[in-house]
Design a binder for this molecule. Structure first.
Ligand code: ATP
Length: 355
């Protein structure tokens, strides 16, 4: 029997509730047949680790993760620690250390979910947003001078490399090609950003020639927000820079009904390193420790994890169980207007898997 070695990193806030729920569901899935098992190792990194050790994760933490088949991550964020420290010290350290350059975020309106776009039928909204995840606006290049003085200055320099842009666009074209509609929208801002985004557009034209069967178009990021709201059915696969896709994918999650549902995968498509799967929501300190977090975003992330491992049948089985549970409004958590608890949703998904 195949054994998959999974690292779990709950992190902070509700991550500590939804990641154990995800691990429980994966164990139940393995136990219900499929010819594989999971071996989990839990890493208690995050805000508490920072308070004890002065860093979000150990300096050699990546070494401990290297041999894993995948990572299931919760969230990083702590009210007592500045956001840039929690983000750069843990999640980005893993994404960048393992060169997980493609961040993939599917969005659909799941059964039973009351999404805010009243004119949009659930089948009109079926998107996958690919976010460049290794450079661009979040390259971390910049600095501050004259701190605290009136002449203080600060820069964040967006770095785009031909290799970096090419690989993420090629990944997005390939993903679009694998989906029934074979359609890609390349998000840009080359009207205002006249260097890197113009190169981004040029490379899109070049890479597109390798995929003659993929229909593609270009959209300015500002116009894209309106198109997502007004004409959701005109979109399928979308690719955008690190910053643009960060924002657009939160909008996508909201349009699909809740931040609590949306999943994401940080992929190293070349499989040199483990890829990392996580719900897109943050630590949600307002509800942490109360058992109220919606675990569906984590469960859907587990579906992506299974797909990445090549366990397509198990992935489909888990997705079907998730959809059966969201269809039952008595199993909706507070973010969806219900009163169900994390444990109720988890139990219901596991019961469904056992059938
Ligand atoms: P961070 O700073 O770590 O990104 P945040 O608390 O600012 O976290 P989110 O956690 O992403 O932002 O979400 C904002 C709000 O949405 C939360 O305060 C919470 O009320 C709600 N929310 C997010 N995720 C969930 C979830 N899984 N279940 C229920 N509510 C959620």
């Amino acid at each position: 029997m195949k054994t998959y070695r999974i690292a779990t990193i709950p992190g902070d806030g509700i991550g500590k509730e939804v990641v154990p729920a995800g691990a429980e569901v994966l164990q139940a899935l393995a136990a219900s047949g499929g010819g594989f098992r999971f071996e989990f190792e839990d890493f208690g990194w995050g805000g508490d680790w920072y308070r004890a050790h002065g860093e979000m994760m150990p300096a050699d933490g990546l070494e401990a993760l290297k041999g894993k088949d995948a990572i299931l991550f919760g969230s990083a964020g702590d009210p007592q620690i500045p956001d840039h420290i929690t983000l750069w010290g843990l999640r980005l350290k893993i994404c960048q250390g393992f060169d997980q350059y493609a961040n993939v975020r599917p969005t659909r309106i799941l059964p039973g979910i009351d999404a805010p776009l009243k004119r949009c039928k659930p089948e009109d909204l079926d998107w996958v947003i690919v976010r460049e995840n290794s450079e661009g606006e979040y390259a971390g290049v910049g600095g501050r001078v004259h701190q605290g003085h009136p002449i203080e200055a600060a820069t964040d320099v967006s770095i785009m490399t031909r290799a970096g842009v090419e690989r993420v666009l090629r990944f997005a074209f390939k993903l679009a090609q694998s989906r029934p509609r074979k359609q890609l929208t390349v998000v840009t801002k080359s009207n205002a950003q006249r260097h890197a985004m113009v190169m981004w557009d040029e490379i899109a034209n070049e890479v597109a020639r390798e995929f003659p069967d993929v229909k593609w178009d270009k959209e300015l990021v500002d116009a894209m927000t309106a198109r997502m709201v007004n004409k959701p059915a005109t979109l399928d696969t979308v690719v955008a820079t690190n910053l643009h896709a960060d924002i657009l994918s939160d909008l996508a999650a909201a349009l699909a009904g809740s931040l609590g549902i949306a999943p994401t995968a940080n992929l190293d498509p070349e499989r040199r390193y483990p890829s990392m799967f996580e719900p897109i929501h943050g630590s949600a300190f307002d509800i942490m420790g109360k058992g109220l977090a919606n675990p569906v975003g984590t469960f859907w992330s587990c579906v992506m994890l299974l797909e990445h491992l090549g366990e397509q049948e198990a992935a489909q089985r888990l997705m079907a169980a998730i959809e059966a549970v969201t269809a039952d409004t008595s199993l909706h958590t507070g973010d969806l207007g219900g009163t169900a608890r994390t444990a109720d949703v988890t139990r219901a998904v596991i019961a469904r898997l056992a059938r």
